[in-house]
Design a protein around this ligand. Structure first.
Ligand code: ADP
Length: 649
């Protein structure tokens, strides 16, 4: 007597469609011995396939008991069931269910990925040889005939040396010659000791089997022996759990199949990545611009010196209808202020105006600043070429000047201006130095400037007695004391009260820095918000494509589960796939973002600063979206029974 391979007791299957209860299987009892070749026959709709799916562990019965080698497999967990599908059962479908993206060899070898087999390629090729396909190993399913595809599917069912093969209408889509070939292969396998259970509605196919079970309306109505055969000595088998640890082979297979899936769906992958690329690149370049602008402004301001205070005449109200009055600052005021050397390190008085400047046949209109010799130190204006004027030259009303690079360009071209004479408002001045480059200061060109000694400017050039700005360099950061001192002294000298403090305006650099940083911060935030929106739009794109791509592959998930993949293995595959896609998109996005930033800084001359924050934020967000929306539908699919997943559109 052979050992009992499987035994089902009172198996039922009920579908509830709306309010309708459909009893598909109505209490089936069946015992199959090791080594049997059984055909299950019955009219279409009688429940044959439903029974086969339950036997093949692709579906669960509504009720009943199912034992394999005496163990109730309906109580098994996902890992144990996967082990049975992988090592004990081979399933052959009517529709073959091969993965079209893989070669015949890879299709056959796929179950070994989940069972952890070695020499997968050799084993797959050997089995393809046994089913007569040694010359088709590198063909994809679409390049094979129906009969050839079914032979590949049989080789796949055999690859883990199963104890039993379930074949659901294996010849249903084939011509009669091809059908006979398939039945011959199954018969030969049975002779080697593998039990075969076959579903068919054709008597010609059923007659190949040793035992014929007839089903009608969800019940067994006949069970006859068609042939006597030799008893086969059973080989003992232990049902164990699949190791839940993931093997390196499985990880590698998942990685390469992810890369393969990405490559074979080029358009879709590129579209998914495009969302990531655009989102990441825009965040990076926008924030780079914002941050760059802020940093360069800060630099410009600090290069002017943070311990500078400016004193300017203001307007104060005299009350009533008389309106406002302006108080002037004179040179002797500046001299008086300068006596407090405890607070004041340097003091410079400036006048400004504009003038027509001529050299040879060239002329230009530029701004003129009169300054004392300390200007060069207070304003970082020590000439890089030539020199600044001296205290002596200021006091002796010398007609010398230091000019900005824009003036040099306008008047001299490539000629060396130092030592040359130019005419400022028709008066001859000697150029003694060139100012260092300042760049744009807001809308003004900071290099379109000529600096002449203060007294020369007041008496010979602009004809003014008033100082327009006093710049004070404070000692040891005593900004507020100095401000108080300046105001108090000026009010006293003008016999004004503290109510008339508006007569003078005082500004310090930190006020300006604060004002400018808030402006640039707002700008950066605005740019960031725009980029954030594009990242979210990109994220929605990724989400969409991932959802579609995974739902599209629900069948593939069903097939992988049917041949022995655990839930975890399926999830891992999709995790790797979405990670590779997100990572690749992220890397391309970062590169593009950095490239754009540098291009902008090179061609538009804007300062850019790529922050690691923007890189982490953007790549992190896209990876998160890609992975969540790649995994979520995959998880849903992996929780379906294999047959439900296989039936999905
Ligand atoms: P057979 O293989 O004998 O042709 P099946 O086992 O495929 O029959 O189907 C038996 C019956 O079960 C059919 O009437 C079919 O409509 C019904 N059926 C199969 N699957 C489902 C399902 N998922 N939901 C509802 N009814 C189903």
């Amino acid at each position: 007597m052979n050992k009992t391979l499987l035994n089902i007791k009172n198996i039922t299957k009920v579908y509830n469609i709306g309010d309708n209860r459909l009893d598909i299987l109505k209490g089936i009892n069946l015992t199959v011995e090791e080594g049997e070749f059984v055909a299950i026959m019955g009219p279409s709709g009688s429940g044959k396939s439903t029974l086969m799916h339950i036997l093949g562990l692709l579906d669960r019965p509504t009720d009943g008991v199912y034992e394999i080698y005496g163990q109730n497999v309906l109580e098994f967990n996902d890992n144990q069931t996967a082990f049975l599908r992988s090592k004990i059962i081979g399933f052959v479908f009517q529709q073959y269910n091969l993965l079209n993206k893989m070669t015949a060899t890879d299709n056959v070898a796929l179950p070994m990925v989940y069972s952890g087999g070695t020499n997968r390629k050799e084993q797959a090729e050997k089995l393809l040889g046994e089913v007569g396909l040694s010359d088709r190993t590198e063909h994809k399913p679409t390049q094979l005939s129906g009969g050839q595809q079914q032979r590949v599917a049989i080789a796949r069912a055999l690859v883990n040396n199963p104890k039993i093969i379930f074949a659901d209408e294996p010849t249903g889509n084939l011509s009669s010659a091809q059908s006979d070939e398939i039945m011959q292969i199954l018969t030969d396998l049975n002779k080697k000791g593998i039990s075969i259970i076959l579903v068919t509605h054709e008597p010609d196919i059923a007659k190949w089997a040793d035992r014929l079970i007839t089903i009608k309306d969800g019940q067994v109505i006949g069970d006859t022996k068609q042939k006597e055969k030799e008893k086969i000595e059973p080989k003992p088998i232990k049902i164990e759990k699949n190791s839940s640890r993931l093997s390196f082979a499985e990880f590698a297979e998942n990685f390469f199949s992810a890369v393969r899936a990405i490559i074979s769906n080029k358009t879709r992958s590129v579209l998914t990545m495009l969302g990531i690329i655009i989102g990441v690149a825009s965040i990076i370049s926008m924030l780079a611009l914002g941050n760059g602008a802020q940093k360069s402004l800060e630099q410009q301001i600090t290069s002017m010196g943070t311990n500078l205070i400016y004193l300017m005449p203001g307007r104060y109200s005299v009350g009533g209808v008389a309106g406002t009055v302006v108080r002037r600052i004179y040179l002797k005021d500046v001299e008086a202020l300068a006596t407090n050397t405890e607070l004041i390190k340097n003091i410079d008085a400036n006048v400004s105006g504009s003038a027509q400047v001529v050299y040879g046949n060239k002329n230009t209109n530029t701004s003129i600043t009169g300054a004392t010799y300390v200007y060069q130190h207070m304003q970082n204006a020590v000439p890089q070429y030539g020199r600044f004027f001296t205290k002596n030259e200021d006091e002796s009303l010398a007609k010398v000047c230091v000019i900005g690079t824009t003036v040099v360009k306008n008047l001299f071209g490539n000629e060396n201006p130092v030592g040359k004479y130019i005419k400022i408002n028709r008066k001859q001045f000697r150029v003694i130095g060139i100012l260092p480059v300042k760049g744009a200061q807001g809308p003004r060109d900071g290099d379109d400037i000529i600096i002449v000694p203060l007294q020369t400017a007041m008496k010979r050039l602009l004809g003014t007695k008033y100082i327009s700005t006093v710049a004070v360099e404070v000692r040891d950061g005593k900004i507020s004391e100095t401000e108080t001192y300046l105001l108090k002294t000026m009010l006293e000298r003008n016999k004004l009260t503290s109510e008339q403090a508006d007569a003078f305006r005082i500004r310090n650099m930190s006020d300006m820095i604060k004002m400018l940083t808030t402006t640039t911060q707002t700008m950066t935030m605005l740019l960031g918000a725009v980029a954030g929106i594009s990242l979210i739009v990109g994220g929605i794109g990724i989400m969409n494509i991932m959802l579609v791509s995974v739902s599209e592959r629900t069948r593939e998930i069903g097939l992988r589960k049917a041949i022995g993949a655990t839930k975890v293995a399926v999830l891992l595959q999709f995790l790797i796939e979405s990670s590779v896609l997100s990572l690749l998109g992220g890397i391309l996005g970062v590169s593009l973002g950095v490239a754009i930033s540098f291009a902008v800084s090179k061609f538009a001359g804007w300062a850019v600063y790529v922050s690691s924050f923007s890189v982490i934020l953007s790549v992190g967000f896209s990876a998160f979206v890609g992975i969540v929306f790649g995994l979520w539908p995959a998880k849903k699919a992996s929780e379906l029974s294999p047959i439900e997943a296989l039936r999905a559109d």
